[in-house]
Design a protein around this ligand. Structure first.
Ligand code: 5GP
Length: 185
């Protein structure tokens, strides 16, 4: 299992999409959320549900992890990836802590912005309300600090092509290690 973390707006979603397009072994989980869709979203980015539906799914044990982030609930359903696939998650840091406890072998990769100004620019470009931009910027330092403690790798999103290549080679190395006869995994 591979987990991408990093502040909202850093580009995790775009990177995740590119990773699964480039690597047939990767299977991207689709999260549930109680957040309403953004105007720019097509509707398949998440399973968009209301809070009672989400809470019922928690009670029924349907989530691998879930967390509250800025007034909304987000959760990863128990994955049903086809055999031979590695599951890829794109989540915030509280969720990654739960994944780490449940799957100690999961590789956690922190994506950081090249600068604070770059992050703010990306958040504004998504067209979110100013209040949302401010909230996400205010949680960015925690996502990065806690993320640095948790992550196996830190990559700077300075160039999409380069970052995607770097993560693909991290994942390929892990995959080969798991397959090698000397691996204890
Ligand atoms: P956004 O509202 O910008 O789509 O997402 C807000 C944050 O929630 C992002 O950091 C995103 O990675 C994270 N997130 C998305 N899906 C999940 C999930 O299933 N679980 C957790 N814990 N966080 C998620």
């Amino acid at each position: 299992m591979a987990v991408l973390i990093g502040p909202g707006g850093v580009g995790k979603g775009t990177i995740a999409q590119r990773l699964v397009r480039a690597n047939d072994h990767l299977w991207l989980s689709r999260s549930w959320t109680t957040r309403p869709p953004r105007a720019s979203e097509r509707g398949d980015e998440y399973v968009f549900v209301d809070a009672p539906t989400f809470e019922r799914a928690i009670d029924e044990g349907q989530f691998l992890e879930w967390a509250r982030f800025h007034d909304h609930l987000y959760g990863t359903p128990l994955p049903n990836a086809p055999a031979g696939h590695d599951v890829l998650l794109e989540i915030e840091v509280q969720g990654a802590e739960q994944v780490r406890r449940r799957y100690p072998d999961a590789v956690v990769i922190l994506i950081t912005p090249p600068s604070d100004a770059d992050l703010e620019g990306r958040l504004r470009a998504r067209g979110d309300a100013d209040e949302h931009v401010q909230k996400r910027l205010s949680s960015a330092p925690h996502e990065v600090t806690r993320g640095q403690e948790l992550a196996d790798y830190v990559v700077v999103n300075d160039d999409l092509e380069r970052v995607t290549g770097e993560i693909l080679s991290i994942l390929e190395t892990r995959r080969q290690l798991r397959r090698s006869p000397s691996s204890k995994d």
